[in-house]
Write a protein that binds this ligand. Structure first.
Ligand code: GRF
Length: 194
């Protein structure tokens, strides 16, 4: 299976996915795409000899459809089977998602359906939750809302801040996303709980 990974920043989730696919695995990373030329994930992918594509969203302004058409054009030569969103910080419209529905995964730093959107760690703390975590789900046109493929849970500790929580959740993301992609690429959509 040919996988495209979308990043916007450091790409630590992308790195975890790429490293896991270096072993015996039903999928391989065909391209890493970003909206940000300066994304650390793009630089790292290039050191690994992985093809990269950068589509800066800024020239498109509010014209999401044209930005997404440029992504579609850039991806065409790779003939992808699966897209993994990994710290990709641009909302994709239903027009882009629809043809990929069922083949596009995302990782979100909360126990969905709780805390869709941003600032998930602060919201879990403000709510007084005792546990938190991350979720890998199939992407649908609604934000952070598709069928859940995997979840990892952590305890919220006294004195936790959004930063300490984010750091512990990120460690779990790096376990959960590779394990979930492995299963998904092998055709197994039974939800995984770590
Ligand atoms: C992190 O906040 C992570 O929780 C979320 O995207 C952000 C950056 O991740 N999934 P990455 O290091 O770029 O993969």
């Amino acid at each position: 299976k040919r996988v495209g990974i979308f990043v916007s920043g450091g790409g630590s989730n992308m790195r975890a996915l790429v490293e896991d696919m270096q072993g015996d695995h039903p999928a391989r990373p065909s391209v890493v795409l970003s909206n940000n030329e300066r994304a650390g994930g793009i630089a790292w992918a290039r050191t690994q000899g992985i093809a990269t594509e950068v589509i800066d969203h800024r020239p498109y302004g509010a014209d999401r459809a044209s930005f997404e058409a440029a992504i579609t054009d850039a991806l065409a030569p790779y003939d992808l089977d699966i897209i993994c969103l990994a710290g990709f910080m641009r909302v994709l419209t239903g027009g882009f998602v629809a043809p990929w529905q069922g083949r596009m995964l995302n990782i979100h730093p909360s126990l969905l359906p709780k805390y869709k959107g941003l600032n998930t760690h602060a919201r879990a703390l403000d709510a007084g939750d005792t546990e938190h975590g991350c979720t890998v789900h199939l992407v649908t046109p609604a934000l952070d809302d598709g069928p859940i493929l995997g979840q990892a849970r952590i305890a919220i500790e006294p004195g936790d801040t959004p930063q300490t929580l984010a750091a512990r959740v990120l460690v779990q993301e790096h376990r959960l996303y590779p394990a979930t992609l492995r299963r998904f690429a092998a055709g197994n959509t039974t939800p995984l709980t770590l």
